[in-house]
Write a protein that binds this ligand. Sequence first.
Ligand SMILES: Nc1nc(=O)c2c([nH]1)NC[C@@H]1CN(c3ccc(C(=O)N[C@@H](CCC(=O)O)C(=O)O)cc3)C=[N+]21
Length: 293
Amino acid sequence: MTAVRLDGTATATAIKGELKARVEALAARGIRPGLGTLLVGDDPASHAYVAGKHRDCREVGVESIRVDLPGDATEEQVHEAIERLNADPAVTGYIVQLPLPEGMDANAALELIDPAKDADGLHPMNLGRLVLGVQGELNSPLPCTPNGIVEMLRRHGVDLPGKHAVVIGRGLTVGRPLGLLLTRKGIDATVTLAHSRTLDLREEVRRADVVVAAVGMPHLVQPDWIKPGAAVLDVGVTRVVDPETGKAKLSGDIAPGVEEVAGFLSPNPGGVGPMTRAMLVANVVEAAERAAR
Ligand SMILES: Nc1nc(=O)c2c([nH]1)NC[C@@H]1CN(c3ccc(C(=O)N[C@@H](CCC(=O)O)C(=O)O)cc3)C=[N+]21
């Protein structure tokens, strides 16, 4: 048996097509959504991610505004850049690309974002609304990766109500908010949020109907951990240098062979990454629609 592929690239393309129509409807009313990105430093992975976000915007007809600061920028300069993005009327939504350089306080930066322009859904007010809105009734932007995961499962008909989801990783951008989203009324999964101190991770994963691995430990999840037919989503990425060739390649958290046991598999790359970017554009379009009402 081979798992059905949860194709994030194709799903994201479909979502972007739907967003393009909504952007055209806004344009007809004279409204132009614009995504800003603030990137500090020269991490090559972060540069590649940000470039992808601008490419997505172009495809959908959303304006994009790029602010890059050098790696030795001071915290004050970063905060000033955030204030300028808050004030710029062309920027209807924006993100502060994480991680910030060592020693810089990411939480302090996130708190400065105007919650109405928070395209990542990571401002404390929007995270608070995610906690408060048990039924999703508060209409606030959702963190892009969790939202992309749920949307991918929904579009592939993966059944969630009452099912047991094991999320591995408790980070700010994936695991922690995903646990909240999956337990929302209407989604209704039963969630185990596992992490580096979980005692018997294999046993937890064995009981899962849905497994989301977002830790950044290459090939952590093995085929004999998977309940036959489970949906498995690979979110973590690690750059692994091949000792023989010296070349870096990307490795996910899911080991080869899992596709023989799982019912659905979201690969990495080509899975949750493109979905994350599509949901970012969706947040910007939704914020513009919300502001227009
Ligand atoms: N404020 C903030 N918001 C984020 O959403 C955020 C962040 N910081 N920091 C880093 C992580 C990582 N992230 C990815 C997004 C897309 C791909 C993606 O599209 N990956 C492609 C491959 C792209 C490539 O090859 O470089 C794929 O999976 O197929 C990957 C990773 C967003 N993040």
